[in-house]
Design a protein around this ligand. Sequence first.
Ligand SMILES: NC(=O)c1ccc[n+]([C@@H]2O[C@H](COP(=O)([O-])OP(=O)(O)OC[C@H]3O[C@@H](n4cnc5c(N)ncnc54)[C@H](OP(=O)(O)O)[C@@H]3O)[C@@H](O)[C@H]2O)c1
Length: 348
Amino acid sequence: MSKIKVGVLGATGTVGQKFITILKDHPFFELTDLVASDRSKGKTYKEATSWKQDSDIPEKIASMTVKTYQDQLEAKLFFSGLDSSVAGEVETYLAEKGCGIISNSKNHRMDDNVPIAIPEINSEHLNLINDQKTKGFIVTNSNCSTMFLAIALAPLHKKFIIEKLIVSTMQAVSGAGYPGVPSLDILGNVVPYIGDEEEKVETELNKMLGEYKNGKIINADFIVSAHCNRVPVIDGHTETLSIKFKNKPSVADVKKTLQDFRAESQNLDLPMSPEKVIRVLEEDNRPQPRLDANKDKGMSTFVGRIRECKIFDIKMVVMGHNTIRGAAGAAVLNAEYMYKKGLLSKLN
Ligand SMILES: NC(=O)c1ccc[n+]([C@@H]2O[C@H](COP(=O)([O-])OP(=O)(O)OC[C@H]3O[C@@H](n4cnc5c(N)ncnc54)[C@H](OP(=O)(O)O)[C@@H]3O)[C@@H](O)[C@H]2O)c1
């Protein structure tokens, strides 16, 4: 079967580079378009990007010419890692022209008919694209720190019903893009503020864990309080959680629910699907970003230190790779799922 032609919007950025490493030899998709700003237009990809991955730029990609979104594009499906200052407008423009967009940017996440999709936990939210008025569609990923929360909490919310959540994040510098946070601000330091981040965590999670009913999403009804911090870690966001549940579970109940979690999408042979969506670690000092984030193609969500909370019910630590599971890998997994389920046929 011939591969679907895909493009990357924001191809020169941190998330864009991750898309390229994931898509270079993808069995379903062929990378035909690299899109960035006017600053990069007309340059070869190698000239336009400041490559920060631990493998070389794939040879055939290095010599491709970078375009802008207004140029003639071959692809019908685009992965977006665009800066949020332009993502909203560019993604709408391409969706109106009949393209499918799977975006990492915040701009359309909270639109009523746009899903924040994770195949393992809310694949039914993808039905929302049928109500979009454009010829193409827009599907989004959550903000990178919300991704791991949503994955770890979805099976717990389903069984025990969350009432309150307090989360503190320790977010890697790669989450700020390139060049991101100046080295003099972050080396040997912690920055207790990430613009707009707490608001995103406090709203996106309720939508992602919401119920799809009668063509709409009914947001999950619990309160979230988030503290977001930038720390001198390269890749991997760590989050500490205190959770109050309606049906108070024991530590053993929580551990078993997370260990047993398996999703329907794991039976579809999707290349980016992790072997275990949630990995529960038993060691007192895990998960750690340096030791765990890259395991399982960077696609697992790691949970550790599950224990009782004296104020709420349960405390635990959650961690995952922010540019892979928290961004590019998650977007490609969404596309793989849509491909296998025939949801990309709107693009023909
Ligand atoms: N980094 C993460 O872990 C992460 C995780 C989840 C979501 N996100 C989101 O993903 C998006 C990209 O993040 P990033 O970290 O990859 O940022 P980044 O490294 O700053 O890259 C931004 C990209 O957007 C392009 N761009 C900037 N202004 C543009 C314009 N006016 N027109 C067209 N393209 C333009 C840049 O192209 P030029 O090189 O040509 O300027 C570059 O390719 C953001 O919306 C971010 O919030 C990031």
